[in-house]
Design a protein around this ligand. Structure first.
Ligand SMILES: *Cc1c(COP(=O)(O)O)cnc(C)c1O
Length: 484
């Protein structure tokens, strides 16, 4: 019985080169196809009815099925006119790094090997990039959902007596935290998973610019303390998912310090704005946080998945996650040396080599170029906002802080919520562009998030032109394009 290596390495090599060439072609030419193509029912059935293979299938056949039945029907987030949600576009450089990482098949839970040093390097770079001390700890994870969860756990174990929660559970303690109503749903989910309960996350109202209202936060914390609860953390968002607004981070840092609260920043995509000279000042105060969660796979364009959590004070993260103090007395040499390990800083033991694609992304472009890319996305967003404001048939629904534009088609006398919801779906099915939909001030909004480094002004023009054509078709009229 042989192992699982190919019998014919030459044939495998030839197929591998073909895969690489074809995928590079596909990335290079991604803009020439539709953003999204609905999966035909027959293709879907191929997967739904496929049975567990008990025998061998040639890799060539599998690759052909991938090329025919998967590639054309992917999400489309690499395409310049994908503007939905907040998805990164990826890069060819990052794709190659993924291939190399898979070839090495390293497990980054721990032990003493070079891939671990690569992750330590990118964590140190991430800390520098976001204004944290080099001694900050951190770990790469699937995404900001997991990064925020790790931060909530770390913060709850940092309260007085908090380490007892690890062995005894909350045992009657009533910890409460705060985030703006505009915070991402994964913060509430983190409270849920941490056993604190979603009720323990107090949602603070926002002002007209969708920023956390500090006066109300102050009242809420005081009222909770008076009621015998234990406020322990406040979460500020740098770049909210609906409108891109930024909570008043510096004031939040002051408040957290005065109230002895853990200050966490969810900077899932927005943290990257620190690299843009035009936008860094909007994030002032983020560097004073106790912890930051952010993604490399969104605005930093690293291929999925790559999120990151950073914790300012050394030792806090291990105190919350390491399974015993034995981690400090691991072997002094040999493969089992080199503590602390990444498995001491989060829930995962076995972990892949995400750090390689993060390294290749940060180093092949450099932070200056990435900052320019962030500035470019924000400029395209402002261009879109200006076009919306110049059109009598369109309405801007929220201020544009970074790269997110919320707007809608005006059609007085019709149900504009229904119309705009339908138009987003029409656009998706047209294959021309893919914004998403959300609710802003109670109104159904079309939401364009310019996160993709490939998106240019012309893409915005084509999206608007197609949108208004689709609206004409639905309304049976010809909407005005430009103000007279
Ligand atoms: C995307 C996002 C998240 C969740 O991050 P994932 O990487 O999808 O897990 C959290 N917060 C904000 C503000 C986001 O934009």
């Amino acid at each position: 019985m042989a192992g699982l290596d190919p019998e014919n390495w030459d044939a495998l090599r030839a197929l591998g080169h073909r895969m690489l060439d074809e995928m590079l072609d596909n990335v290079q030419n991604v803009a020439s196809g539709p953003v999204w193509l609905p999966m035909p029912a027959a293709v879907r059935q191929e997967f739904r009815q496929a049975e567990l293979p008990t025998q061998e299938t040639p890799l060539t056949a599998l690759y052909e099925q991938f090329a025919q039945s998967v590639v054309p029907y992917a999400t489309g987030n690499r395409h310049p006119r994908f503007m939905g949600w907040v998805h990164g576009g990826g890069t060819a450089q990052g794709m190659l790094a993924e291939m190399l990482a898979a070839g090495l098949n390293a497990n980054l839970g721990g032990r003493d090997h070079a891939p671990i040093e690569v992750e330590r390097m990118v964590i140190r770079w991430a800390a520098t990039m976001l204004g944290f001390p080099e001694t900050a700890t951190g770990v790469l994870v699937t995404g900001s959902s997991m990064a925020n969860f790790i931060a909530v756990i770390t913060a709850s174990r940092a309260v007085e007596g908090g380490l007892d929660i690890r062995s005894h559970g909350l045992a009657g303690r009533r910890l409460v935290g705060y985030a703006a109503q505009t915070a991402h749903g994964c913060i509430a989910r983190a409270f849920d998973m941490a056993g604190l309960g979603t009720q323990a996350l107090r949602l603070v109202p926002v002002d007209a610019d969708f920023r956390m209202d500090l006066a109300v936060l102050r009242q809420m914390v005081a009222a909770d303390r008076a009621a015998g609860l234990e406020p322990f953390m406040v979460v500020g968002t740098a770049g909210t998912v609906d409108t891109g607004s930024i909570d008043p981070l510096a004031a939040l840092a002051d408040f957290a310090e005065a109230e002895n609260l853990w200050f966490h920043v969810d900077g899932a995509f927005g943290a990257m704005a620190r690299l843009s000279p035009d936008h860094a000042s909007a994030l002032a105060g983020m560097e004073r946080a106790n912890s930051i969660a952010f993604d490399f796979h969104k605005w930093a364009q690293t291929p999925y998945d790559a999120g990151c959590v950073l914790v300012r004070e050394e030792g806090r993260q291990a105190a919350a996650f390491a399974q015993s103090l034995a981690y400090l007395s691991r072997e002094d040499r040999g493969l089992a040396a080199g503590a602390p390990w990444f498995c001491d800083l989060g829930p995962d033991l076995s972990r892949g080599f995400r750090a390689l694609k993060v390294w290749f992304t940060l180093a092949s472009f450099g932070t200056e170029r990435l900052g320019q890319m962030v500035s470019h996305c924000c400029a395209v967003a402002r261009y879109l906002a200006a076009r919306v404001q110049a059109s009598p048939s369109l309405e801007l629904l929220a201020p544009v802080t970074l790269n997110i534009v919320c707007f809608r088609v005006r059609a007085p006398g019709t149900d504009e919520d229904v119309l705009n919801g339908d138009l987003v779906k029409d656009l998706h099915e047209s294959g021309v562009a893919a914004p998403s939909a959300t609710i802003v001030h109670g109104k159904r909004a079309i939401r364009a998030a310019i996160v993709n480094h490939r998106t240019m002004e012309g893409d915005v023009d084509l999206m608007l032109e197609t949108l208004l054509d689709l609206a004409d078709k639905r309304l049976g009229t010809k909407l005005e394009r430009e103000a007279a």
